[in-house]
Design a protein around this ligand. Structure first.
Ligand SMILES: C[S@@+](CC[C@H](N)C(=O)[O-])C[C@H]1O[C@@H](n2cnc3c(N)ncnc32)[C@H](O)[C@@H]1O
Length: 454
């Protein structure tokens, strides 16, 4: 790139926002990505990194400030990087996210569905029902907070605006206990210490709280003996306290082994009118109220009726399928994590649902098995993880020949790819709707209706 060098200062108008939340402008045809900017900003931009076909820049000063720009109301938003959109008004965030989804379906999927109006979230703060705080040692004391952007340096801060206030109070109590007892925090460089993460979950409707301490060895559980009564004394909504063992040198937070210190390792919540039991390893949407609206829209798009069979692929604890089970003859749920399937079975029973079967296994393998045993669901709901569905799942979803496939996804790029593959397998992409389950961050959910071509 001949035109631009590191430390050049250039005038730049921000004209778009990337999926990572960076503003983007063009200088002599070259894309320049600038964090914390807004569409309509005109800036003096310092070039900080030059790549083969684009650059990264930093806003040195503002010639024109976009009228969508606001002051961030979080003291650590720049350090944390979790809330990429805290500097713009929420209406603009919704426009950007809706646009992310449309672009993916048009550019990646080469699809032209009808776009239903984007669903913004009523509560843009305090909406998360789950938090995972890394713990580290600073100057001989355990501290807890978040990892600084693109690093594993723990910044001490527990008052995140996205999480319930009670989480900070619980964390403060745990850290104070840990420091009084000199319990060592995990050191990921020396691979020593005990406490790695504090992981909290709270039922948004029930208020029930799960406290899970991720430690390098559950054999040392004894050091937490006095913590449990102290927590229960102060926080009556805590229904279970447990240890999770993760001795490995890894970025993955949870290990597999659990030890219950109080309660049965799960909490209850209600979702879409059903009681649901949630364990630490089970997936549960972090924004319960907005997820309820998403699932209601999925049910509407599914067009269910009493003689139908519904297949809920990637079902987690069964929340989606169980919310629709009373409208159909038979529900089959498929999920790879055994504790989530255990929760799904308990959840069906707790809600008096008797027409549900839950199978633990890989979605593609089980879809093939179901096809071979002659199952022909009328509707399939597929709600995969960020990487989307694999080829085998898509192939057997289409082979089972349902009238409709409703795809729910937290990654519009893989959703667009998978819908395009389903297009080749005989399904038209009819409707797409964005749902903001993660205000102030770059993440966004979408629901898609695919119909069998006649
Ligand atoms: C986005 S979550 C959706 C869970 C559930 N539908 C809900 O709304 O709570 C995706 C789920 O897919 C599961 N999963 C991931 N890979 C899978 C696979 N290969 N086969 C089956 N399930 C899988 C995950 O464990 C997780 O529960």
């Amino acid at each position: 790139m001949e035109d631009l060098k590191k430390n050049d200062i250039i005038p730049l108008e921000i004209t778009d926002i990337t999926n990572e939340g960076n503003g983007v402008g063009r200088y002599n045809g070259i894309a320049v990505f600038v964090p914390s900017t807004a569409v309509g900003d005109v800036i003096e931009c310092r070039i900080v990194k030059v790549k083969s076909s684009f650059c990264y820049g930093r806003a040195e000063s503002y010639t024109v400030r976009s009228d969508t720009r606001i002051e961030s109301d979080c003291p650590v938003s720049k350090l944390c990087g979790g809330c990429s959109f805290r500097h713009i008004i929420y209406e603009e965030e919704c426009r950007i996210k809706d646009n992310f989804i449309r672009e993916s379906f048009e550019r990646i999927g080469k699809l032209s569905p009808e776009y239903l109006p984007f669903s913004g979230c009523k509560d843009i703060d305090l909406y998360r029902n789950k938090a995972q705080y890394p713990v580290a040692e600073t100057e001989g004391k355990a501290v807890c907070g978040f990892y600084a952007k693109r690093s594993h340096r723990v910044v001490e801060f527990t008052r995140c605006r996205l999480q319930p206030k009670i989480f900070s109070d619980i964390v403060d109590k745990i850290i104070s206990y840990v420091n009084t007892r000199h319990i060592p925090a995990y050191d990921e460089v020396r691979l020593s210490g005990l406490l790695r993460h504090i992981y909290l979950r709270r039922g948004a409707n029930s208020g029930e709280i799960m406290v899970c301490l991720v430690v390098t060895s559950i054999k040392k559980a004894g050091v937490f003996d006095d913590l449990v009564p102290a927590l229960l004394d102060s926080f009556s909504d805590i229904k279970t306290v447990l240890l999770n063992e993760n001795p490995r040198n890894t970025n993955v937070i949870l290990g597999e082994k659990m030890k219950y210190l109080y309660g049965d390792g799960s909490i209850k919540d209600t979702m879409c009118g059903n009681t649901v039991s949630i364990s630490p390893l089970s997936f549960y949407q972090v924004n319960t109220h907005q997820a309820e609206l998403l699932y209601a829209m999925a049910a509407e798009l599914a067009g269910l009726s009493e003689n139908m069979t519904l297949l809920d692929l990637y079902c987690g604890t069964g929340t989606i399928g169980l919310s629709m089970a009373r409208q159909v003859k038979k529900l089959i749920g498929v999920e790879i994590i055994q504790p989530a399937i255990d929760n799904a079975v308990v959840n069906a029973k707790a809600n008096g649902i008797e027409n549900a079967e839950f199978i633990c296994g890989d979605a593609g393998k089980i879809a093939k098995l179901l096809y071979e045993r002659g199952e022909r669901p009328d509707v399939i709901i597929a709600d995969p993880a960020r990487r989307g569905c694999d080829g085998e799942s898509l192939e057997y979803m289409a082979k089972m020949s349902p009238d409709r496939i409703v795809m729910i996804s937290c990654n519009h790029t893989t959703a667009a790819r998978d819908c395009a593959i389903l297009g080749e397998l005989g399904y038209s992409c009819d409707k797409v709707m964005g749902f903001d389950l993660f205000p102030r961050t770059t993440h966004v959910e979408c629901v898609v209706l695919m119909s069998k071509e006649k």
